[in-house]
Design a protein around this ligand. Structure first.
Ligand code: SAH
Length: 220
């Protein structure tokens, strides 16, 4: 897979651009897309890239959906804890993980991530919460506090109880200042713009030790 990388300065914030040449969802035929899981699944090349960036011992995929990210984490992490509140999606994720031959490395948990936080331990948390339905792009800027159903700022703060190493998958119109502020005063976060075939698709913000400090220092 060939991806192009670049940088962009936006109001003093350094943004990394990454462009993927293909828009695969899952590259197999048996995806059980009985729900909107198909539309919310992270494109496979993007999920592979994120999994590489999140390489660690134990990772939590807090909103695993049909498994687009969890499956790729199983290739780069020792153990994956994949959570979803929707039983059907979790069933799809298990099925898909079996097809990829990684079901044994993923622990699937049915439940509300926010309620499970006190019981969870991990090196990295990956957040890809719902974006409030298909109209998320109709707003000029996507406000994570009001437009992510469980309050995206609270979600980040609560996740800090598990680890500082957080990767946050967000819409392309997300309020950049808001996701930068999550890092807290004096701390750095890394923001990636994800392109597919030259079209901006999504954003990924990395916090804690997931930040590529060499990249930030060399381009600041
Ligand atoms: N990254 C996934 C897609 C995630 S879509 C993929 O690539 O396949 C967001 C998911 O969050 C949905 O499957 C939804 O059921 C789940 N969800 C919503 N609220 C939740 C909660 N409180 N706890 C855990 N999962 C939740």
């Amino acid at each position: 897979m060939v991806s192009k990388e670049g940088i962009l300065m936006d109001e003093g914030i350094l943004i990394k651009i990454i462009d993927f040449p293909r828009d695969y969802r899952f590259n197999f035929l048996y995806l059980l897309h009985v729900t909107e899981g198909w539309y919310s699944v992270t494109p496979e090349d993007v999920a592979i890239h994120i999994a590489e960036r999140c390489r660690c011992d134990i990772i939590i995929d807090a909103f695993c959906g049909v498994g687009g990210n969890a499956i790729q984490f199983a290739f780069t992490c020792h153990q994956v804890i994949a959570i979803d509140i929707d039983e059907t999606k979790l069933m799809c994720a298990k099925h898909n993980a079996m097809i990829y031959g990684v079901a044994d490395r993923i622990e699937f948990i049915l439940g509300d991530y926010l309620k499970l936080i006190p019981k969870l331990k991990a090196d990295v948390v990956f957040l890809s919460p719902p974006w409030g339905g298909p109209n998320y792009l109709s707003a000029k800027t996507f406000d994570i506090k009001t437009m992510i159903p469980m309050d995206g700022e609270k979600l980040y703060r609560e996740s800090l109880k598990i680890t500082n190493n957080i990767a946050y998958y967000l819409p392309r119109n997300v309020n950049i200042q808001q996701i930068t502020n999550l890092a807290g005063r004096g701390n750095t976060c890394e923001i990636q713009e994800v392109y597919i075939n030259g079209k901006l698709k999504t954003m990924v913000a990395y916090y804690g030790e997931l930040v590529d400090m060499d990249f930030c220092e060399n381009n600041a």
